[in-house]
Structures are given as C-alpha cells and as structure tokens.
Write a protein that binds this ligand. Structure first.
Ligand code: ADP
Ligand code: MG
Length: 243
C-alpha cells in the first residue's frame, strides 16, 4: 500500500504567534525518494512549517508530524535529527572562523554529533564531494563565495547521513549559472537516495527538481500537484499577484 512509502507527513499542523495563525492546519505527505517543492509568497508560513517539522526552535500547537513511522511533534530537535530528518536554514549557517573541514566535522545545527563528537574526516570529505566543494578542506570558511557557503551548509547537513533533507530557499541570491550548479548538485544528492523538501522562490529550481510541489498562502496549502500544473493554476497566480 502507498502509505508505507510515505516517509514524512504533516496532519493538520498549526502554529499561532499571538493572533497570527502562521501555519493554519497544513497536511502534506512526502514519499520516500521524492523531491517535494514548497512555494508561496513571503510570510506564507513556509519557514515556520519547516520549524514545526524539525522542532527547531518551535513545536506545533496542533496536529501531528510523522517521520519514518514515528510521531515526532513532541520530540526534541536532536532526536529528530538523529532519526534522520535534517534541515538547512534560509541564511547560510557557516562558522567563518573555522576551516571548511571543521565546519563539516561539527555538522550543522543539531547534527547529532554534539560537542563531544566530531565526524570522521573521511566522512566529511565524502560530504564535501557530494556537494562538489573542492579545494583545500583546511582553508578558512570565511573566504567562500555564496554558492560555496551553500554547498558547505548542505554538506554539514548531509554528513550525518539523513534520509530526508529540508532545504529553505537554497537558491536565494544565486545568479543563473550558480542556480544551475545548485540544481546539478541537488540532483546528485537525490541520486544518493536522500528524500528532499525544498522551499524555493526560484521556481525554475522546483520545475527542474520537484516531482510534486505545494503552494502555501496565509498558512494554508492552496494547491498541490506536479510543478507544471501548480505553477499555471490561477489560484497560484492570484496568491503571488493578489491584493
Ligand atoms: P515564509 O517563510 O513563508 O516567508 P515565515 O514562516 O517566515 O514565512 O513567516 C510566516 C509568518 O509568521 C510571518 O508573518 C512571520 O512574520 C510570522 N512569524 C514567523 N516566526 C515568528 C515568530 N517566531 N514570532 C512571531 N511571528 C513569527
Ligand atoms: Mg522563509
């Protein structure tokens, strides 16, 4: 049955900030090996939804999140990361005072490594290879270009070997050539068997990578489907252009 193929699901997940219902009863399911896109205007609740899925730094006030057969909405961020659900952030979380390799060794936030543990250098090099970040791994991270900082952040999330990776606007700020490089590298990550959910304003990235996508508007999913169908849906055009 199809349900056993669902690796991540939200059931009527909601979150209010005061009187603002930032996420208003979102249900979605992501299938193993799928790339699932999330789009929607600024303030629609996309990043908040990622926060609710990973427990960083907030929990839903209603609904359930199921990851790999576990109910996780009340689990700690660390438990969720260790179970194999990882994320990146909208701003590149790079420690500029550390080397490229050390950035990967500590893993990104809640990498499951913790203070006492560092990932083995060989494993870090594999993660750097996966994101096509070449060059001397001992060079400082503060000289990296924007695309390389993004590569580094993704390597930090991949080093723990997640089954699902959530990416929050990975293409933001990239020129078209770097967007293409990002698409290639994410296609490569997908090829290693990592299921992905990608929040993205750069819709060409979702057109290139997503099997299905949803559009969020005012905390609710308004359309789900294949990118070509979704992006031509009048309700989606209205959400982006509307009053
Ligand atoms: P998106 O990622 O789709 O641009 P967000 O999820 O960041 O949107 O934000 C959705 C809404 O929730 C916005 O109105 C934002 O200002 C509000 N919001 C997000 N996080 C918080 C918070 N911690 N406290 C108060 N309001 C928040
Ligand atoms: Mg956001």
């Amino acid at each position: 049955n199809g349900d056993s193929q669902v690796i991540l699901a939200a059931h009527e997940v909601g979150k209010s900030f005061g009187s603002l219902r930032a996420v208003d009863g979102v249900s979605m399911s992501v299938t193993r090996d799928e790339v699932f896109g999330l789009a929607g205007p600024n303030g629609a609740g996309k990043s908040t939804l990622f926060n609710l899925l990973t427990g960083i730094p907030i929990r839903p006030d209603s609904g359930k999140v199921i990851f790999d057969g576990h109910e996780i909405q009340n689990r700690s961020p660390r438990w969720i990361a260790k179970a194999g659900l990882k994320r990146t952030f909208q701003t590149e979380a790079v420690f500029e005072s550390l080397s490229v390799l050390e950035n990967v060794r500590i893993g990104s936030a809640y990498g499951g490594a913790g203070k006492a543990r560092r990932w083995a250098p060989a494993r870090c090099r594999e993660a750097l290879d996966a994101v096509e970040l070449g060059g001397d791994p001992n060079r400082p991270a503060d000289g990296l270009s924007l695309i390389d900082r993004k590569r580094l952040m993704i390597a930090g999330a991949l080093v723990s070997g997640p089954s699902v990776l959530l990416l929050d606007e990975p293409a933001a700020g990239l020129d078209p050539a770097d967007q293409d490089a990002l698409i290639r590298l994410l296609a490569g990550v997908r090829g290693t068997g990592v299921t992905m959910v990608i929040i993205e304003h750069v819709l060409s990235v979702l057109e290139a990578l997503a099997d299905r996508m949803a559009v969020l508007d005012s905390g609710r999913i308004i359309v789900t489907g294949r990118p070509a169908e979704v992006l031509s849906d009048p309700r989606v055009v209205e959400a982006y252009l509307g009053p």
